[in-house]
Design a protein around this ligand. Structure first.
Ligand code: AMP
Ligand code: MN
Ligand code: MN
Ligand code: MN
Length: 274
């Protein structure tokens, strides 16, 4: 059974509609599939309708931005009750922060000579959820940068013109929102945080003590060595294993839904408890 528990639609920074993502998951042979947009559950209703049509099991998910030790990390909530008021109040806080942050980013970019950044970025987003990816797409479209990667490097991080410090909720709050909604909390892509391995291990231990349930042991381009490493770290602190491609649908991302290596130990799979 193919299981993919981390995917995006255009309700955050993915390209496809929720229905199109679900259809693609079905075509890719997924039996279980989670939609996990950044800081919003707004795509889940449409995804659920299509999942019923396609007879595929949809896990309701969300990828929540969070602070750990002054750094932004991503915590995926799975099997959530999307209508839970505690979760929705938390996500609303993040959605409001995103609006404020988008205005600040646009001001920073105008200082660097990019006029009308907010309007241009809004024009290419399909919903009112603005991510840095949308700003990056705008800057590529405007010919300011040649590709998304260079936009992040030159404009959207640290002290660069469009770099705005993330002030998301702390990790323990985010875990509590997910638990309030009956979900399980999973640390996304543990090797993508520009931390040393020692620091990642420290984070896993800390998050586990705060109630984290699992960690993504397998992501789209995981090597066997990485899978062995993360599963060992997970075992040491009692975290369950999850897997997800982090599919966004960008043509140059070279990620396909459901194309994932097997978990090293199926008994530790998050879903064995479902
Ligand atoms: P945000 O949550 O709005 O800060 O945007 C974060 C999103 O931007 C991530 O989920 C990625 O999809 C994307 N992203 C972050 N860093 C990079 C990068 N260096 N290159 C391409 N995409 C990136
Ligand atoms: Mn993203
Ligand atoms: Mn992420
Ligand atoms: Mn993601």
């Amino acid at each position: 059974m193919i299981i993919d528990l981390h995917n995006h639609s255009y309700y955050s920074d993915g390209v496809l509609s929720p229905s199109a993502v679900v259809r693609l998951a079905k075509e890719s042979g997924c039996g279980v599939f989670a939609l996990t947009d950044h800081d919003t559950t707004d795509g889940l209703a449409e995804a659920q309708q299509e999942a019923n049509n396609q007879q595929i099991k949809l896990i309701h998910g969300v990828e929540v931005s969070a602070m750990w030790s002054n750094m932004t990390v991503h915590i995926v909530g799975l099997n959530i009750d999307k209508d839970n008021p505690v979760l929705q109040a938390g996500l609303k806080q993040h959605q409001d922060f995103r609006k404020l942050r988008a205005e600040k980013m646009a001001r920073g970019l105008s200082g660097a000579g990019v006029v009308g950044a907010l309007e241009k970025t809004k024009a290419l987003a399909k919903t009112d959820m603005l991510t840095r990816t949308h700003f990056a797409q705008m800057l590529v479209q405007e010919g300011v940068c040649k590709d998304i990667k260079s936009v992040f490097r030159r404009f959207l991080t640290g002290k660069k013109p469009g770099g705005v410090g993330g002030k998301w909720a702390e990790f323990d709050e985010v875990i509590a929102w997910i638990h309030a909604a009956g979900g399980v909390a999973v640390l996304a892509h543990p090797l993508r945080y520009r931390m040393t391995n020692t620091k990642v291990q420290r984070m896993l231990s800390h998050l586990s003590n705060a109630g984290l349930d699992g960690v993504e042991v397998v992501t789209a381009h995981s090597t066997n060595e990485e899978i062995a490493l993360i599963s060992q770290w997970a075992d040491e602190v009692g975290l369950l294993y999850s897997c997800g491609s982090d599919y966004h649908g960008w043509h140059n991302q070279r990620v396909s839904i459901g194309v994932l290596k097997d978990l090293p130990n199926a008994n530790r799979a998050l879903w064995s408890e479902w």
